[in-house]
Every structure is written in C-alpha cells, then in structure tokens.
Ligand binder design. Structure first.
Ligand code: ADP
Ligand code: TZD
Ligand code: MG
Length: 589
C-alpha cells in the first residue's frame, strides 16, 4: 500500500463509521454517477456482497445462472444503449466464463465492462495457490480493448472512469476491470471517497469527417450508375436514425441492411433491396458501406457474389480509420461517426445532382417483388410437421402486428431463414449471433433487451442454440420478464434425421433426443409452456404470450428433414476428396 493510502486507512480507522466509505460503496457510487444503473451478475467470493449492496443502493442487479449469459446480456445492453453494459463475476472460473462474452463484445464493437473479483495479489503473483488463483489481468488482455487493475480503493473512481471511456470511445469494445477482493473491504473517509469519484465527460465525442474526404465521397457518388448503400450494426449502434433515413431517402439509393441493422429503416421501405440481395451485390457499381465491415459476412468484398473483379467503387463510413482497405480498396474513406458523416454528405449532396438512374431502380424493384411473391406463397403452407417457412410465416405476421417487439434470433436454419423472412420495422429491434455467429447469445440478449427497454421480446431459437443458454429461462421466470421464447425444435443441429456413419448404436453427432419437451422445462420454473405442432397452435401461443407478457416457452415442432447443413453457410465447411471418397454420405450434403 502507498504511504498516502496507509495514512488514509489509519485515519479512517479512527473515524466514526458514518464518516467512512469502503471499496464496495465506492465502486457502486462510481458506476452510478456515470449513469450505470444495472449490473448483470453471478454472485460468489469476493463479489457476493457487492451485488447485495448494489441492490440496496437502488441499482438493478440481474443475477444469472452462468456468467457467459450475464456477459452477453451486458454486451447487448451496450449495443442498445451506447453505454457500457456491466457484467460482474467471481475470480478464475467465473471470470473465464464471462471472458467469452467480453471477447464477443469486442468482436462486435459493443461497449461492455467485465468486472471480476480476483484473489490475493501477493499470493497470485507468487503462484502460492490461492482460492481461484489466476492472473486474470494478463489473461483478459488479448480478448478486450483495454484491461485495468485496481490496487487501492482510492483509485476506484478513476479506474471506472477509464473503463467507461475506453469502452465507448472511438470503436466501442469490451473492457476488463480487475478488482482484487481485498480492495472492496478497504475503508477510507467518505468525503475523500466522494472526491475520488470521476464523472466521465463526453466519452464518445462526435467525430466529424474531414471536408476533403466528404468531397471525395460525393465525387464517387456522382459517377454512380448502379449505387447501393449497405447499412451495418455500427449504424444501428450510432442511434442517428433520422439522419440516416434522410440520407438514404434523399439519395434514392437502394439499401441493404445487415442483419442487426434491419429496422433502421423498415424492411418494408420501398428502397429496401433485401429481397434482391444477390442482384444488388453483384451488379452495383458504387457501394456506400455505413457502419458495416467488409468481412466474411460479405464474402470479403470479393468473389462471384460481388460480380466482376474491379467493378465496384466503395465509399466507407466507419469510426475506425484502420478498418479502411481491410479487404478491398476503399475509393472514398469517411472516418467519423455515422451521424456526422451522413450529415456532412447530406449537406454536400445539395445541388450535386445525385440521383440513381431509373432503370437501376426498376431492375432492383422488379427482382425484389418477384422474390417476395415467391416467398409469400411458401410462408402460407400448412404442412405438418411444420417446415421453417410455415413457422416463420407466423413469426413474421406476429412481428408485423407487434412491431415494438424486439426479435432475438439464433440457430443455423432458424437464423438464416428468419433473417430473410421476418421483417423488422424499428431500429435496434433485431439482436442475433453477431459477427462470430456464436450460439448461446439468445437468453442473455433477450433478458438485456427486456431489462433495458421494458419492451416485449420474442426469442426465436434453434433447439441447439437454445441448449447453450437454456437454463437462463429460470432467470426469465425469476425476474418475470416479458420474454416469449420459441424453440424451432427439429431434433438437432441443422437437421434431426442424421445417422451414425459408422452404423453403431450411438446417435449421430448432430441429433438430439427426439421430440424433447422443452416446454416442460419452462413449466418447472412456473412459466407458460406450450408444445405447438401446427402453424395455428404456434400462432395462438405467440399472440397470447405477446399479449400477456408472461414468461413463455413455445416448443415448436419442426420437420427434422427440413433444414440444410449449416443453414446458408454450408460452403464454409472444409471438405476433401479423401473424405468424399470414404463417406458416400458426405456428397449428398
Ligand atoms: P455488420 O455485422 O452489421 O456488417 P460490423 O460489426 O461488421 O457490422 O461493422 C460495424 C462497424 O461499425 C465497425 O467497423 C465499427 O468500427 C463501426 N462503428 C461502430 N460504431 C460506429 C459509429 N458510431 N459510427 C461509425 N462507425 C461505427
Ligand atoms: N458453438 C458455438 C459457441 N457457436 C457455434 N456457432 C457453434 C458451436 C456451431 N454451430 C453453428 O454454427 S449453428 C449450430 C452450431 C452448434 C446449431 C444449429 O442448430 P440449431 O438450428 O438447432 O440451433 P437449426 O434450425 O437446427 O439449423
Ligand atoms: Mg435444430
């Protein structure tokens, strides 16, 4: 301990307890003065009392069954609110469970702070075998944007401020804050403690693009014959919904929303080109990327999907300068926040004669209409067992009738088909597997969405995806959250009809227990459980759940033979001539 800290503690010991504070309360106060009101938590040594005290001090503390889901909840809170979501865990194993979510937050560019208690520093540093011993700070570093450790209670204020600023400034991301348990019990004078708190001023300042960069972008746009705007979840995060819409509408360009940018402009908007996705990606000549990375989700901007090599010029709006030229040349990089870049473009567009040729718009419109009509017919089917389209026809209608509902979505076929079928009507009303395509985000995301917005949530989950986070339905019931979980139960991963290729008694690697009664799990916790085998039963149960707001789980029986291997991304599975020769079954997938 520093000399000044030692003096402070000695002085504190001689003072009246009413004039004192401690690490627990300083941490709670530091979060609160910065507007953080919710902690996503799993209790245990050394942070059990921290959760209790936070609740006592008026914070909302949502205790989960597993840290990974508390972490996913915190990251989604960050995406929805532009403030870091806070996840709190115990040391080593709890910390490691939360780390996946921290890494996922960083990958998705969402602000989150993982606060983990840690063991006695002196013992950890000498590797003397403390309770849950681990050098957590060192472990966390590769997985987050920044990592800090506190050593004195008097530093809590500055450490929390630093964590918040790191999480939300520039490209947002995950931050780790290591709290050795002993610090929580450190005592200091309340007045000094209060002075040590730091309120973070304007941590995510607007970043105005350079005027020359705006001019360059306008020049590229002027030459466009077949323009396109791709909107990503960075734009959804930015919350400049009005100015984004103004830019899209003023330009008249067709737009393609990435999955979590759906609803920024409604999917039913006349300029929405989702139903003509292949056409616009292949044939466009100028593409404006707005808060969307050109990564695997867009085939790295190359290959057949993007048409002739060299046929595109990209304008890219991103807060992170280093993102430019990550995969392809960016003709006009615009470094800044989406709102400021759109405002600057809007001003510069005045009188610049930017209007897409009508024949391009007609071409896109005709293609989209044709595809939508084909799809509409498939969504009406009444097949039993249900296929994905029949079940998603119900979900699509339910969201259209209840557009304020937040849709959470994960799985393979369950994800890919829902993403293209279910229209989203409002910004930040779709949360899914994100950049990594990670399974198990569903329940944490649904809980955060309900807690942060107070809205109804509909979580559409593959049965495998649900299995990664299913125990959190107890959390949903315990906090009585208005979440309706629909499990697309096809008895397995991708399909439920796989066979053991060795012919043995063990089941195939991708199948689960047939007709598992997930609905009964929900009933075990006092929620509403429904086993729905027809579109009508599914419809009734979904509408009732959205009406009542009661925690509900609908076990929707889906044809085990309806899905495709890996949904829409089967092409990413490695393969070899050897394997194909050895296993005839490998060919038919
Ligand atoms: P999607 O998966 O929807 O295509 P990505 O997560 O790949 O979107 O891309 C989001 C991009 O948005 C990231 O490159 C990130 O740096 C950027 N970004 C995040 N916040 C902002 C913001 N406020 N303004 C501009 N760009 C942002
Ligand atoms: N583990 C994690 C954390 N993330 C993953 N993406 C996977 C494993 C691999 N995986 C997928 O990419 S999708 C999927 C797994 C296990 C499950 C698909 O099955 P499902 O959906 O039941 O959720 P469908 O409707 O049966 O396709
Ligand atoms: Mg499945």
């Amino acid at each position: 301990m520093t000399a000044s800290a030692m003096t402070a503690v000695t002085e504190a010991e001689n003072a009246n307890v009413d004039d004192l504070t401690d690490g627990f309360h300083l941490l709670i106060d530091a979060l609160k003065i910065n507007g953080i009101e919710t902690i996503y938590n799993v209790p245990g040594i050394p942070i059990t009392d921290l959760g209790r005290y936070a609740q006592a001090q008026g914070m909302r503390v949502i205790s989960f069954r597993h840290e990974q889901h508390a972490g996913y909840a915190a990251s989604v809170a960050g995406f929805l609110t532009k403030m870091p979501g806070v996840c709190m865990t115990v040391s080593a194993p709890g910390f490691m469970n939360g780390l996946t979510a921290l890494a996922n937050a960083t990958t998705n560019c969402w602000p989150m702070i993982l606060i983990s208690g840690s063991s006695e520093r002196e013992i950890v540093d000498l590797a003397q075998g403390d309770y849950e011993e681990m050098d957590q700070l060192a472990v966390a570093k590769p997985f987050c944007k920044a990592a800090y450790r506190l050593n004195y209670a008097e530093d809590i204020g500055i450490a929390v401020a630093r964590a918040i600023r790191s999480a939300v400034s520039g490209r947002p991301g995950g931050v780790y804050l290591d709290i050795p348990g002993a610090i929580l019990g450190q005592v200091m004078k309340a007045a000094e403690g209060e002075r040590s708190l730091v309120k973070v001023i304007d941590p995510a300042q607007r970043q105005i693009p350079a005027p020359s960069a705006v001019e360059r972008a306008i020049e590229v746009m002027k030459g466009a014959k077949r323009p396109l705007i791709v909107i990503g979840k960075g734009a959804a995060y930015d919350q400049s919904d009005d100015v984004i819409r103004e830019l899209v509408e003023k330009s008249g360009y067709p737009f393609l929303p990435m999955s979590m940018a759906k609803g920024l402009l409604p999917d039913t908007h006349p300029q929405c080109a989702s139903a003509a996705r292949s056409l616009v990606l292949k044939d466009s000549d100028v593409v404006i990327m707005m808060g969307a990375r050109i990564n695997w989700l867009l085939s790295h901007g190359k290959g057949r999907q993007w048409g002739e090599p060299g046929s595109k010029r990209f304008v890219q709006i991103d807060i992170e300068a280093e993102e430019m030229d990550s995969n392809v040349e960016i003709a006009a990089p615009l470094v800044g926040d989406v709102g400021s870049c759109c405002e600057a473009l809007l001003k510069a567009m005045d009188g610049a004669g930017i209007a897409p040729p009508q024949n391009w718009l007609d071409q896109v419109h005709t293609k989209a209409q044709g595809n939508m009509e084909k799809m509409a017919a498939r969504l009406q089917n009444n097949n039993i067992p249900m296929d994905y389209h029949a079940a998603l026809g119900v979900i699509k209608q339910a969201i259209s009738d209840n557009p304020d509902t937040i849709l959470v979505n994960e799985g393979a076929n369950t994800l890919d088909l829902a993403r293209s079928i279910v229209n989203i009507h409002k910004p930040r009303h779709r949360i899914d597997v994100g950049t990594w395509g990670v399974m198990g985000i569903g329940m944490g995301s649904a809980i955060a969405a309900a807690v942060e917005t107070g809205k109804r949530v509909l979580a559409v989950e593959g049965d495998s995806a649900f299995g990664f986070c299913g125990m959190e339905i107890e959390t949903v019931c315990r906090y009585n959250l208005p979440i309706c979980t629909v499990i697309f139960n096809n008895n397995g991963i991708y399909r439920g009809d796989g066979e053991n290729w060795g012919g043995g008694d063990d089941p195939a690697t991708t199948v689960f227990v047939k007709d598992a009664r997930y609905d009964q799990m929900m009933e075990a916790f006092g929620g509403v459980g429904v086993w729905a085998k027809t579109p009508d039963e599914l419809r009734r149960a979904v509408y009732e759940a959205l009406e009542s707001g009661k925690p509900t789980l609908i076990n929707a029986a889906i044809d085990p033979a309806a899905g495709k291997e890996s949904g829409n991304i089967g092409n990413l599975n490695p393969s070899s001539v050897v394997a194909q020769a050895r296993y005839p079954q490998a060919k038919k997938i």
